[in-house]
Design a protein around this ligand. Structure first.
Ligand code: CA
Length: 222
């Protein structure tokens, strides 16, 4: 597993690299946003949001477009606003400085577990499954217990994005960015309308939870 540490503070970076290598990870460091964006793909990016050359949130949004890369945002103590913005911009998780090695390793493992589950689903012929629901990106077909559920193009894209990251919160910004290819301009009511339509069409097959102020999370009905 490859981890990219994006941290401009040499001392903090050295400590992180040592701890992560000790835990058995293949670790690389980027000291600037430019280095981070030019770095080879990593399974997890530990991203300090306070970088010298670019806004960390912009880096986060850019990294978010890369499939298979999980991002853990690192913020300074007490900066709750930054934390919320980080989650909204699509971070999978966050840690607050100063954090302990044990906490960091636990968060990395949790994030890796979630991405592995999503990837395993993607590897099985690109079909995504969640409980009774199956999505086939090749035919753009949604099935619940084997029965086709007619979805519009946007509904399918939205559901596929949520199912691909099942169990994690997908931010409204990320959804609007990926499904509507737009940023803030898309009326957020459009997204709410599509979520309501999906809930109606899928019934009890999956649960689409609203995470207030951040976005949505999908889970199989247990
Ligand atoms: Ca910094």
């Amino acid at each position: 597993m490859r981890i990219l540490v994006v941290e401009d503070d040499d001392r903090v970076a050295r400590g992180l690299l040592t701890a992560l290598r000790h835990a058995g990870y293949d670790v690389h460091r980027a000291a600037t946003a430019a280095d981070a964006l030019a770095a080879p793909p990593a399974d997890v990016v530990l991203l300090d949001l306070g970088l010298p050359d670019l806004d960390g949130l912009d880096v986060l949004r850019e990294l978010r477009r890369r499939p298979g890369t999980a991002v853990i945002a690192v913020t300074a103590r007490g900066e709750e606003r930054e934390r919320v913005l980080g989650l909204r911009a699509g971070a999978d998780d966050y840690v607050v400085k100063p954090f302990g090695t044990a906490e960091l390793l636990a968060r990395i493992e949790a994030v890796l577990r979630r991405t592995r589950t999503a990837r395993a689903a993607g590897d099985r012929g690109d079909r995504l499954t969640l409980g009774a629901l199956t999505l086939d990106p090749a035919t753009r077909e949604a099935l619940v217990d084997g029965t086709p559920v007619p979805l519009t193009r946007k509904e399918f894209d939205l559901l596929a994005l949520l199912v691909h990251r099942a169990g994690t919160v997908v931010s409204r910004d990320l959804i609007v960015d990926q499904v509507w290819q737009a940023h803030w301009e898309a009326p957020s009511r459009t997204l709410d309308t599509h979520i309501a339509a999906l809930r109606g069409k899928l019934g009890d097959a999956v649960r689409i939870e609203t995470v207030r102020g951040v976005g949505y999370r999908v889970a199989a009905h247990s």
